[in-house]
Design a protein around this ligand. Structure first.
Ligand SMILES: [Zn+2]
Length: 1003
């Protein structure tokens, strides 16, 4: 826009109205301006010269003149203090010149007065017809003034001297006309500019196309304006000539090229690209985290290094239930937050590009990257099929499994302390995915899945003491410590391990170090550097950056996720729009449970799918038995079953240990709106059916077993559901105390078994087991077999030749033979099944994730976690045996033990067994029923000393030394801190030979 046209006309009109009626009054005009561009705009950075012409159209000579001029801006522009000069032949025509300088500071209004007098004979002055440029006024404006305006106007330069010319009669004066004011827009200089595009090593990148953008300096969005429509291609010397007028000095220029497209290995038809690698010229300030691009300078040629690479991933996400718009839009934001966090973790070198989200089970069985389960008890997990030594990025053949929302581990500050089993939190806490650390856990799982990292919170041995509170996001991605009061893990929680993390040899025992060829995450990420599309792509590691004083990492970009440096989350494309649904979130209450118990709730949808909704809350009383059922519709069926947190006992069968109920809400008679509660009434299963669930793998055949201790009224029916959508059902056959079900259906990589059994009252009830199944390719082996619930890992020696491995998990009641009375059960048994079956070779370990548990005794004050022990079920003698060397690590929340054979494993506490209903650890069990005397080795509540005490001591010393007494201290009857033959001898003496013989008092 050119302001001067309009303003000129209006003011010309005013001036001419004010002029004398006689036409011949002299004319002062702006002859021309130097420094304008083709559009007639002032060019920033160039000298502007106004040329002012006098034209004497009066039929007389002019002997004196007085004219003032001023520079001003109607919209706040500033300019360099102007200079002026007299030109032409005027100097010869007048005797005297006077200049008046008003303020000449380049702002507001700068005034220059110009006066000439011809006082001495011969007086010539300006003759009639005189027409010349007589004065020039010059200045310059800088690029910051672009868009504003600069004007040249007239001025009667002092209060006493008017704008006038004096005629040669010495009496008459005229007021010459003025052609102005003249106003000009200030425009940027049109650069003719050549960019030399260089790689990381400063070599020109020849004959490659780049997208070129002018970038607004408006973090965190950095709006881009593309220059041209397609790519601009470098010539053989790496040069690109920028289109004239595209940039001005100081503009940011971004050059970008996609150098690699990695085809998808999963979901090929849905989203054919796994990730792309882009190169650009972004640069990060490693102290502030600020991102910038190169600023255009005024040189005709400028070199720009294109050496910042970004890995941009595409994801297919399947949500199991028919989700609400609210949930889906929060999920989109959740992925945006995840991308911003990932950008921070990778120092601005990895982000998420496209996320395709299906709900209602869409693409569930078609290899999505993420499966989001309705199940509130699903532990976030990814079963990595083994890639020992695979240092290149490999997408595993299994998806990342997430619950509806992951609330983090127990004790995370800011969350309520979770009770007994963590899932009751999911009823009381906000379901909003934008709150909490769920997005960080999605990024952690992405680290396993896409970047190939293994855990750094799992160790062979214990955590090294020199490590910081977190070794990086593959160790501890949460913002807050596991344990309240522990050292704050930030800022490492948004970093990756680097060579410095592993400089201490005692830290080189993480799974990451072990399974990934002795590499830190950064060193492994760096291995994706290389030549792509003939261009050098070099990923930057912290040790090769200039880092802030005292740090071995670059904290940003996006170190403060509430105050982003670059909002890469906003760049995510979600191709599928949000769709409304008639399904809603229903509140269900399961009745019949005791406080502290959980029930598993299943949802049969109208489309015939069986969706596990998870576990009901167990405490406090106000939410006990409650669960939020996602994607519910009136008419859908709910089924619940569950049992006590403490396992049943073979010795003293009790009824009511397993409960089962079913609810169908009819279309009529139920209002079916959000906020109503669906009541599921559980009835106790009649009869006591503790059992262990196992399987046999042989070649391609798979058989599932239930080993029972009381037969069902009829053989159970078992339903198999695989994660590929397979379904089969069969009646189990009975042989001895074992029921067997076999299927022609391949078990796939994961699935569930629903057992339908009949109780003593001929009522049918169900319980469920889940499995993870690994078909092992002989090259890679299988270093870790994880359970389907993600809570248990079997670490296997890869030198042994296993062709198939299955981990079965079951929460159904188990027998308690071999356990101390009142032993607490950690909630799940895990069966490791292998083909070939037999002893394991080499070093093998079980690792059960117990960090989410909070095992308290019935008083609610005594923490039993330290007593957790791995037990193995011995099928031959039908009892649990504790596994030697089992230990619970409070830091990591892992219960581990070395194992030598496949089998059924579970975690129990080793309580005192004194029968008072209070677990030990906080009180002494010694002498509880014997007034403080030792010897009651069977812990009978009458405090009797008899043959069974001698038998218990003999069993402890000679038959099963690995099984502790119900109260070890009771067995040390001579108080020498050992339990051995001397104690047995003293017990025999006391019971049979000398009733007055005194066993020692409890310490
Ligand atoms: Zn992990």
């Amino acid at each position: 826009m050119k302001l001067h046209t309009g303003v000129c006309c209006v003011l010309c009109l005013v001036v001419s109205l004010a002029a004398p009626a006689i036409g011949q009054t002299g004319q002062v005009s702006l002859d021309h301006v130097d420094g304008l561009n083709g559009d007639g705009d002032i060019i920033a950075g160039e000298t502007i010269t106004f040329h002012i012409r006098f034209y004497n159209d009066v039929p007389a000579s002019i002997w004196a003149f007085s004219n003032g001029f001023r520079l001003y801006s109607p919209d706040g522009a500033t300019w360099q203090p102007p200079s002026y000069a007299q030109t032409g032949t005027l100097a010869a025509l007048f005797d005297q010149y006077l200049y008046y300088e008003g303020s000449l500071d380049g702002s507001g209004s700068d005034t220059i007065g110009f006066t000439g007098l011809d006082m001495y004979f011969p007086q010539i002055g300006m003759s009639p017809g005189f027409s010349q440029v007589v004065l020039t006024i010059s200045t310059q404006v800088d690029v910051a003034q672009v868009g504003r305006h600069l004007c040249l106007g007239s001025s009667g330069y002092a209060p006493y001297i008017p704008w006038e010319w004096a005629l040669d009669d010495g009496e008459t004066s005229v007021t010459p006309t003025w052609s102005g004011p003249h106003c000009y827009e200030i425009a940027a200089a049109e650069l003719t500019k050549t960019i030399v595009v260089l790689d990381e090593f400063s070599s020109p990148i020849a004959n490659k196309g780049f997208h070129v953008y002018r970038v607004d300096q408006n973090p965190p969005t950095f709006t881009q304006h593309q220059i041209g429509t397609g790519e601009l291609v470098t010539d053989g010397s790496g040069c690109i000539t920028l289109p004239s007028g595209a940039f001005v000095t100081g503009d940011w220029i971004k050059l970008e090229r996609k150098v690699h497209t990695e085809p998808a290995r999963r979901h090929v038809s849905e989203l054919g690209t796994m990730y792309t690698i882009w190169l650009d010229n972004a640069d990060f300030n490693t102290t502030t985290g600020d991102m910038s691009y190169d600023a255009i300078d005024s040189d005709p040629e400028q070199s720009i290094q294109v050496n910042h690479a970004t890995l941009c991933y595409n994801l297919l996400v399947s949500v199991e239930w028919d989700a609400s718009i609210t949930y889906l839009s929060q999920l989109q934001e959740n992925f945006a937050m995840m991308s911003n966090y990932l950008y921070d973790v990778t120092d601005g070198q990895c982000r998420i590009d496209t996320v395709v989200i299906y709900d209602d089970g869409g693409r569930w069985t078609e290899q999505p990257d993420y499966r989001i389960h309705a199940d509130n008890s699903k532990w976030p997990s990814l079963n990595m099929l083994g890639y020992p030594g695979a240092i290149r990025v490999t997408i595993p053949d299994r998806p990342i499994e997430m619950p509806r929302k992951h609330y983090g581990p127990v004790g995370t500050a800011g969350l309520v302390a979770l009770d007994y089993l963590g899932w009751n939190a999911s009823f009381n806490l906000s379901p909003d995915l934008r709150e909490g650390d769920d997005y960080r856990t999605k990024a952690h799982e992405f680290g396993h899945y896409a970047l190939g990292f293994w855990e750094e919170n799992k160790f062979f041995g214990s955590r090294c003491e020199s490590s910081p509170p977190s070794m990086g996001f593959m160790d501890h991605e949460y913002r807050t410590p596991y344990v309240p009061g522990a050292v704050d893990p930030e800022p490492y929680a948004s970093e990756m391990s680097c060579s410095a993390t592993y400089s201490d040899g005692s830290c080189r025992n993480t799974w990451q170090w072990w399974f990934n060829n002795n590499l830190s995450c950064w060193d492994m990420f760096y291995l994706q550097s290389g030549i792509y599309d003939d261009v050098q792509v070099v990923l930057k590691r912290p040790e090769h950056q200039i880092l802030p004083e005292g740090l071995d990492y670059f904290p940003g970009p996006n170190d403060d996720l509430a105050n982003l440096d670059f909002n890469v989350g906003s760049l995510i494309v979600f191709p599928i729009g949000l769709e409304a649904t008639t399904a809603y979130t229903a509140t269900a209450k399961v009745h019949g449970l005791d406080e502290g118990d959980n029930a598993d709730v299943y949802h049969e949808t109208s489309s015939g799918r069986r969706v596990k909704q998870g576990k009901t809350a167990d405490r406090p009383a106000s939410s006990h038995g409650l669960i939020k059922v996602l994607g519910y519709r009136v008419g859908d069926q709910l089924e619940a079953s569950g049992g006590h947190g403490v396992s049943v006992r073979l010795e003293s069968p009790s009824s009511g240990t397993w409960l089962y109920g079913r609810l169908t809400v009819a279309k009529s008679g139920f209002p079916g709106s959000e906020g109503d509660t669906l009541n599921v009434i559980l009835a106790p299963v009649q009869g006591d059916y503790p059992l262990v669930s196992s399987a046999t793998l042989n070649g391609q055949s798979t058989e599932f077993h239930l080993q029972v201790y009381q037969e069902f009224s009829e053989p159970p029916i078992v339903e198999l559901r695989t994660d590929c959508g397979g379904f089969a059902s069969t009646s189990m056959t009975e042989s001895g105390a074992t029921y067997t079900g076999s299927f022609g259906l391949s078990p796939g990589s994961k699935g569930s078994l629903t057992y339908w059994a009949m109780d003593d009252s001929l009522n049918t009830f169900f319980f469920t087991a889940e499995y993870a199944h690994y078909d092992i390719d002989s090259v890679s082996g299988l270093p870790i077999a994880s359970s389907a619930d993600g809570m248990c890992d079997f670490i296997l020696d890869t030198s042994q030749e296993l062709t198939r491995v299955m981990v079965l998990s079951s929460t159904f009641a188990v027998p308690t033979a071999g356990l101390t009375p009142m032993a607490a059960y950690a909630g799940c048994t895990y069966a490791l099944v292998t083909d070939p079956n037999g002893s394991l070779m080499g070093d093998n370990q079980i690792s059960i994730h117990c960090g989410h548990l909070q095992l308290l005794d019935s008083s609610g004050t005594c923490d039993l976690m330290g007593q957790l022990t791995v037990f193995r079920w011995d099928e031959n003698i039908a009892q649990w045996l504790s596994v030697f060397g089992s230990s619970f690590n409070e830091d990591t929340g892992l219960l581990t033990a070395d194992i030598t054979q496949p089998g059924i494993y579970a975690a129990f506490t080793v309580g005192d067994g004194n029968g008072d209903g209070i677990h030990d650890g906080c009180e002494s069990c010694c002498g509880l029923y014997t007034s403080g005397s030792t010897g009651n080795t069977n812990c009978d509540v009458d405090g009797k000393l008899n043959l069974s005490d001698i038998t218990a001591a003999i069993t402890r010393v000679y038959i099963e030394p690995s099984v502790p007494l119900c109260c070890e201290e009771n067995g040390d009857v001579n108080c020498d801190t050992k339990i051995n033959l001397a104690d047995i001898t003293q017990l025999i003496t006391k019971v049979y030979l000398d009733p007055l013989f005194e066993l020692c008092e409890c310490p």
